[in-house]
Design a protein around this ligand. Structure first.
Ligand SMILES: [Fe+2]
Length: 228
């Protein structure tokens, strides 16, 4: 199956999961913004990378390593530099059973990951070393607002309703061990182009063979579809 099919199926699965949990489907009005004049009206969606973000991390095995994200709000790196404006981001993501998000950390972003509905979320953490390796030291984390020491590399699970705060420099890996899960993320501004360090080299966005007109655009594709 090519990645475009996974985008289509991923969005349907995500929306079914929303409906099953009696949540309203998320969307942004990006249809018909192809001219620069109309695109200006939806500049926030385009420049803050709101909307669909579905990726296999460039590894070509989406069901094993991948994620369907919908970015609801996001500020910009400019906001962070200025220390004002939108300094926050909110996302919802969907993981299929046995799917995982590979080990990575952020230099700047603090993120709270909240299991919203469905199965458990598997979590594994490591402090990063100065040369981006995995440290064996204890990680000081906060689960549901309670400070807790976690052994490096120890696998643990967040049940529906549970949450964890992840500080910059802490490597984290997520996976879905039993049934599909909806996860919320609230964080500082999300800058996927400059603020992700993956332990194993991966691509943050998928490689897509544009062999036909897309039905859904991903947040990293908007600028490619504006015609003058
Ligand atoms: Fe992260």
């Amino acid at each position: 199956m090519n990645f475009k099919s996974y985008i289509f199926i991923g969005i349907i699965s995500f929306n079914i999961s929303f409906a099953e949990n009696k949540l309203d489907i998320l969307s942004y009005n990006i249809h018909g913004f192809k001219t620069k004049k109309i695109a200006k009206k939806v500049d926030e969606i385009i420049t803050h990378s709101l909307g669909w973000d579905i990726t296999d991390f460039g590894l070509g095995d989406f069901k094993k390593t991948g994620i369907c994200i919908f970015t609801i709000r996001n500020g910009s790196p400019e906001n962070l530099k200025l220390g004002k404006g939108k300094l926050y981001a909110e996302k919802v993501f969907f993981l299929y059973k046995n799917q995982e998000v590979p080990l990575h950390y952020h230099w700047i972003k603090v993120e709270d990951v909240i299991n919203r509905a469905g199965g458990a979320v598997g979590v594994q953490l490591y402090n990063s070393t100065k040369d981006d390796g995995l440290d064996s030291t204890i990680i000081s984390a906060s689960i549901d607002g309670e400070k807790i020491d976690i052994e490096a590399g120890k696998e643990f699970f967040l049940k529906s309703g549970e949450s964890i705060t992840l500080m910059p420099g802490v490597y984290h890996r997520f996976w879905c061990p039993d049934e599909n899960v909806l996860v919320g993320e609230v964080s500082l501004v999300n800058d996927d182009r400059n603020d992700n360090k993956f332990y194993e080299p991966v691509g943050r966005f998928p490689k897509i063979d544009e062999d036909e007109e897309p039905i859904h655009l991903l947040c990293n594709e908007y600028l490619n579809f504006i015609d003058g």
